[in-house]
Design a protein around this ligand. Structure first.
Ligand SMILES: C[S@@+](CC[C@H](N)C(=O)[O-])C[C@H]1O[C@@H](n2cnc3c(N)ncnc32)[C@H](O)[C@@H]1O
Length: 206
């Protein structure tokens, strides 16, 4: 697995790192399931990707999905801006005897060395302020090879503000337009606490 690159941190990256690291330091991580999300199994049942494919998990946090993907033979790059979950995930992988790249970087500026085959996007888009969503979409498009898969878990909160920010489906259709993304499968939903849930979609990068 080649190493990955990141651009020099700008002030927004520094802010994101400080903001999210403070949540981890305070133990304020209510989003964390303590294990892989059932959403991952929905993707694995549908994906055309085979073991050996290169997959990015952006905003992975403690990244319980990363060892699961690594154990299935995928080359995984877990990416997060906060140091604490990055260190924890590296340690978890080590203890499990599994290999993956775990990168501490801002997903709005990081680039892989070569295009990847898949992106598993879970509670990452909804962690970003909506003003940053177009830049994030451009990143996902740039990371993936043509024909690569984006498995997106679009957070539904039904309320203003965030994080997590509400990812209404009409807004997602505009953010991931049909001339850049082929919306291939609906894959159901995954429930969270307090009535929140994610809508699962498999998109192919054109
Ligand atoms: C709500 S948590 C979700 C973590 C994980 N995906 C999960 O489902 O448990 C959002 C994660 O995104 C990370 N994050 C926020 N902004 C980021 C950025 N600009 N670049 C990389 N990671 C970021 C945070 O540090 C945090 O770990």
């Amino acid at each position: 697995m080649p190493n990955s690159e990141s651009s020099p941190a700008d002030s927004a990256s520094v802010d994101a790192e400080a903001d999210w690291e403070a949540r981890y330091q305070a133990g304020s991580t209510r989003w964390d399931r303590g294990g892989p999300s059932p959403s991952l199994e929905q993707w694995l049942q549908r994906t055309a990707l085979k073991p050996g494919a290169r997959i990015v998990v952006p905003g992975c946090g403690f990244g319980h999905e990363v060892p699961t993907l690594a154990a299935r033979g995928f080359h995984v790059i877990g990416l997060d801006v906060a140091p604490t979950p990055v260190e924890q995930l590296r340690s978890d992988l080590d203890h499990a005897g599994l290999e993956a790249d775990v990168v501490q970087a801002d997903m709005l500026s990081w680039r892989p060395e070569a295009p990847v085959d898949g992106v598993y996007e879970q509670t990452s888009l909804c962690a970003l302020p909506p003003a940053q969503w177009p830049a994030y979409e451009r990143q996902l498009h740039a990371w993936l090879r043509p024909g690569g898969e984006l498995f997106a878990c679009f957070m539904q909160t039904g309320r203003e503000g965030g994080p997590p920010f509400h990812c209404a489906l009409p807004a997602m259709r505009e953010l991931f337009p049909a001339d850049r993304w082929d919306w291939r499968d609906e894959a159901g939903r995954t429930d969270h606490t307090n009535g929140k849930y994610e809508l699962l979609h498999r998109l192919i990068r054109r």
